[in-house]
Design a protein around this ligand. Sequence first.
Ligand code: G3P
Length: 217
Amino acid sequence: MQLFLDTTDVSVLKDLTATGLVDGVTTNPTLIAKSGRPMLEVIAEICSLVEGPVSAEVAATEVEGMLKEGAKLAAIAPNVVVKLPLTRAGLIATAEFAVQGIQTNVTLCFTAAQALLAAKAGATYISPFVGRLDDYGATGMDLIAEIRAIYDNYEFDTEILAASIRTPTHVTQAALAGADCATIPPTVFLDLFKHPLTEKGLDQFMKDWAQTGQSIL
Ligand code: G3P
């Protein structure tokens, strides 16, 4: 399973890519606004830090604008993935980018039928929003399982990118449901390392080791 960071915070990104566990990055207009920086500059900097896919989202809502913006974003670096909303216009643009060999991430997916359309349009990634479905009173993770079954039934290549991830449990459940990737906020990524028994156990090991008076080196 590939783990992406859902962030535009370059200093956090530098810190976490040092783990060797970050396979890519996703961004969205909200995260760009949060960065307070020009989008093209942030995406270029992220692409210089991460070899894997970096999703950059269009702001246009009609096909022509999406195609122009997507082409501009894709020209920033070879690892840019053009992110498009799951609308009729978004899927027409997705199909055109597929013909051009430009990678796409179709975002704001809330039903398996939407994911089916995205795969038929030739999307590279589909982003089902797990946490926002949970907020809405549904079980977001069910959507991942449904999409997995549909994509496997018809051997679609579109990768399932579990998004709107809020907890380490979401990451575990997405992995169990067969998501190809999950995009994770930095705070949740840091939480993935942690368990109280790991900390307690290590503390005890260090105390016992100190009592031996030994040194390995
Ligand atoms: O980037 C899309 C997605 O991960 C947003 O998550 O927490 O705003 O629902 P959230």
